[in-house]
Design a protein around this ligand. Structure first.
Ligand code: NDP
Length: 314
């Protein structure tokens, strides 16, 4: 049978390119888990995906209720789940004020981390039940949360501190930042990516042996053309792609990035669990090192426990 992969945020950028790359193999059926049904349908058509290779299902990660409904709806289809790709993200680098999810969490961390945290925890049961030979859960990471890299050292740097703001609910009453500090949209995004990478490792430690599921994260390269930068100032949007192409040489096309993530989904050579994958200049994959904070096991455990409380699992 075909493998069944759920990809969040498959209506544009990396998620769409990955859906397309998997669909083209004819070995995968992709569930495009998206907040905008019409946009996702149009996107799938625009890249030439055929009807039998995908299904669009509604998921708004900025609402925990929507996450639960998505899981219910998916289960009602009685399909197995073989791979989950947590890809969707919001980035608000120029926001002066925080905005909030349906449950009142700061939007970037609430969507990118907490929404995916609940989704991955609920769908782990479905992954366990699948009889697919190589079951995987992937949470897309980023270089920007990794302060052991050049890009990760551009201020404001990611820093979760002692998680006091998160523990207090990042609802703007005490703080809307995980470390309890002043709101900064760019930092909130980077913090959320550190949470994504910590969550992947904690899932690996807790569940890999017991379930056989492969847990992985990746940095696909700088996909400077995606909608992620839609809220940035126009000059930035103009100069960022050539800067990445010719100066940092970290630039990667959406198509190439989609092929990379598709490898993490299905390539037998990328089946090791607990790995943060990256690619070198010749597009060869390698196991990359995470920064001190993004690989801090104590912090991962604490983040897990605090997040469980916030999403109502504890
Ligand atoms: P895009 O903005 O193109 O894609 C983001 C996707 O997330 C869109 O499909 C968007 O939906 C979806 N999304 C946003 N909010 C929600 C929500 N509340 N519920 C459901 N879906 C939502 O960005 P990219 O493709 O660049 O980003 C994809 C991933 O890649 C992210 O995890 C990002 O952190 C990561 N990444 C990107 C890099 C880059 O250089 N671009 C580098 C490293 C990592 P909609 O279409 O409706 O807006």
């Amino acid at each position: 049978r075909k493998g069944i992969a759920v990809i969040t945020g498959a209506s544009s950028g990396l998620g769409l390119a990955t859906a397309k790359a998997l669909a083209d193999t004819k070995k995968w059926h992709v569930i495009m888990a998206c907040r905008n049904f019409l946009k996702a349908e149009k996107a799938a058509k625009s890249v030439g995906m055929s009807k039998e290779d995908y299904t669009v299902m509604h998921l708004d990660l900025s609402s925990l209720e929507s996450v639960k409904q998505f899981v219910d709806n998916f289960r009602r289809t009685e399909q197995p789940l073989d791979v989950l790709v947590c890809n969707a993200a919001v980035y608000q680098p120029t926001a002066k004020e925080p905005s909030f999810t349906a449950e009142g969490f700061e939007l970037s961390v609430g969507t990118n981390h907490l929404g995916h945290f609940l989704l991955s925890r609920l769908l782990l049961d479905d992954l366990k039940k699948s009889d697919y030979p190589s079951k995987r859960m992937i949470i897309v990471g980023s270089i920007t949360g990794n302060t052991n890299t050049l890009a990760g050292n551009v201020p404001p740097k990611a820093n979760l501190g002692d998680l006091r703001g998160l523990a207090a609910g990042i609802n703007g009453q005490n703080s809307s930042m995980i470390d309890g500090g002043e709101f900064d949209g760019a930092k909130a995004y980077k913090d959320s990516k550190v949470c994504n990478m910590l969550t992947m490792q904690e899932l690996h430690r807790r569940y890999h042996e017991e379930t056989g599921v492969t847990f992985s994260s990746l940095y696909p390269g700088c996909i400077a053309t995606t909608g992620l930068f839609r809220e940035h100032i126009p000059l930035f949007r103009l100069l960022f792609p050539p800067f990445q192409k010719y100066i940092t040489k970290g630039y990667v096309s959406e198509e190439e990035a989609g092929k990379r993530l598709a490898q993490v989904v299905s390539d037998p050579s990328l089946g090791k669990s607990g790995v943060y994958w990256s690619w070198n200049n010749s597009s060869a994959s390698f196991e990359n090192q995470l920064s001190k904070e993004a690989s801090d096991a104590e912090k991962a455990k604490k983040l897990w426990e605090v997040s469980e409380k916030l999403v109502g699992l504890a």
